[in-house]
Design a binder for this molecule. Structure first.
Ligand SMILES: [Fe+2]
Ligand SMILES: [Fe+2]
Length: 513
């Protein structure tokens, strides 16, 4: 049996809870879904359905509206009132065919409302779509959770930087324990990681990591998986997806090396730089953007650990740490990560125009990308909400400045990053947050970053907000509108922007999307 078949068998079947008082209808649902690979759990009453939900994992509920005892609408509302059931898709099926009933069903929290007699094809399509969506969200949530743990590890490591000798192997294994699949059903994770330090290693220096019977294991490889492969030059790096059907010569070489050693590789991600190679192999599902994002974060932390282990200088280690933290922030936000990098570049432009020293220009360009790192701790419902925030949610959202300062920590090397994270929502006229600082009391790096952040926030498209062109944004910043006023900004920063505005447009066009 191929490994993929084994995985399919080991995968948990999606479980559908069917709630209907009519035994014939239940039998029909079973006949439709069981042959299609779904597990069916039957319930004749709403009360019983609620009990079942507390006992076992359910991926979707098919719910009749007319039930003995508690009716379907009430059952739906009760399910939605429980936090951990909130994300379970519910499809209502009903002989009540009026528009009022349909609206009532959707208002109580159903994802769809289907009229009886059921159109089977339509029902199957909805079930597939909703279960697929739920799985993708779960995968994303898992990746985000692990990402947060990685961030904490990076943070902890940066805090300890410079103190004593750093054990690369120990820290590296800490993150591998997170990345690897412990049991067969954690499909979003790879089964194996292979790692090596190609520049300094002979064949014996490669390691193979995986969980064998739930125990973390590290085995030295007796071969070089990169044999016949030309390494990137110093400073260069590449990341690519390995797939059986790939036709490029690099992937083919690697897969051949594995095949020659009888190592099955169905898919994977390979990261390669001059001095570090990481391969995550055999994910239990197709490799998506979330996996790549997580993997990039891992490679950055690995570089950070490597640098801290004394083989490179400390400043470089910090830069890796900054990128690692910034990448985690990108994953928490929805805009794909370009915003933070553009903000970094705008800060450099303004700082240069203000006549700052070269070292300051370099540092602010890099460290400003951490300005929203505190959003890692902002609940995702708030980050994604398109309607105006409630007063309570606003308080929560504003805390990202305080969290950011805490995450970055007080190391001297990261002082500018910390000042920016804490103060980038302060305004020159004192109407900002978290402390309502005014004028010169706001550190200059934060005054620069606040402007850069505002320019980009106005320009980019967000859910519920269209993209705005450069000329219009420039006008808003200079003349104000109902939200943004010129008096929010340091007049010297605003002047520097006027003199360099065309460069902002160039950065935006180059780094958009
Ligand atoms: Fe912010
Ligand atoms: Fe921002």
């Amino acid at each position: 049996m191929k490994q993929s078949d084994q995985q399919t068998v080991l995968m948990r079947q999606p479980q559908i809870l069917c709630v209907d008082s009519d035994a014939a209808d239940l039998a029909l649902l079973e006949a439709v879904f069981a042959p299609r690979g779904y597990g069916i759990i039957q319930s004749a009453t709403g009360k019983q359905a609620l009990e079942i939900l507390t006992r076992q994992p359910i991926d979707l509920i098919l719910l009749d509206t007319v039930l003995p005892g508690i009716d379907g609408f009430t059952v739906c509302a009760r399910i939605r009132a429980v936090e951990r059931f909130r994300e379970i898709p519910i499809i209502m099926m009903s002989a009540l065919r009026s528009r009022e009933d349909l609206l009532r069903g959707l208002e109580t929290g159903a994802d769809h409302y289907l009229f009886k007699p059921l159109d089977h094809d339509e029902m199957i399509a909805h079930v597939k779509l909703l279960i697929g969506r739920k799985k993708r969200r779960e995968t994303f949530d898992d990746i985000c959770r692990d990402m947060n743990i990685l961030t904490l590890l990076g943070q902890e490591t940066l805090g300890a930087a410079g103190s004593s000798r750093f054990d690369f192997q120990l820290h590296f294994e800490k993150i591998l324990r997170l990345l690897l699949r412990k049991t067969s059903d954690i499909l979003e994770k790879p089964r194996t990681v292979i790692a090596g330090l190609p520049a300094e290693s002979e064949a014996g220096q490669w390691h193979h990591y995986e969980y064998a019977f739930q125990e973390f294991s590290r085995v030295k490889l007796a071969y070089n998986p990169l044999a016949g492969f030309v390494l990137p030059e110093q400073g260069r790096q590449k990341i690519f997806v390995l797939h059986e059907t790939a036709t490029d010569s690099e992937t083919k070489t690697i897969l051949q090396n594995f095949r020659a050693r009888n190592v099955p590789v169905e898919n994977g991600i390979c990261y390669l730089s001059h001095d570090l190679c990481l391969m995550a192999l055999n994910y239990g599902q197709d490799i998506g953007a979330g996996h790549l994002n997580f993997f990039r974060q891992l490679t950055l932390l690995s570089h950070l650990f490597h640098a801290l282990s004394g083989k490179q200088d400390a400043a470089k280690a910090f830069d890796y740490g900054i990128y690692a933290l910034a990448r985690a922030a990108e994953a928490a936000d929805d805009d794909g990560g370009s915003h933070i990098h553009r903000v970094g570049e705008y800060c450099g432009i303004i700082a240069e125009r203000l006549g700052m020293k070269e070292e300051f220009i370099q540092t602010i360009s890099l460290q400003a990308i951490l300005h929203d790192i505190g959003k890692l701790y902002t609940p995702r419902e708030i980050l994604r909400k398109t309607e105006p925030l409630t007063a309570q949610e606003n308080i929560e959202a504003r805390k990202h400045t305080l969290w950011g300062a805490k995450i970055i920590g007080g190391h001297a090397y990261l002082r500018i990053a910390q000042m920016i994270a804490l103060n980038h929502h302060e305004r020159w006229d004192g109407t900002g947050y978290p402390r309502g600082l005014k004028g010169d009391a706001i550190p200059v790096e934060a005054r620069i970053a606040a402007f850069a952040d505002q320019y980009d926030t106005l320009r980019m498209a967000r859910p519920g907000k269209p993209q705005i062109d450069h000329a219009t944004v420039t006008k808003i910043l200079n003349q104000g509108d109902d939200r943004v006023k010129p008096q929010h900004f340091d007049p010297l920063v605003l002047k520097a922007f006027r003199e360099t505005a065309f460069l902002f447009e160039e950065v935006y066009q180059r780094r958009k999307g």
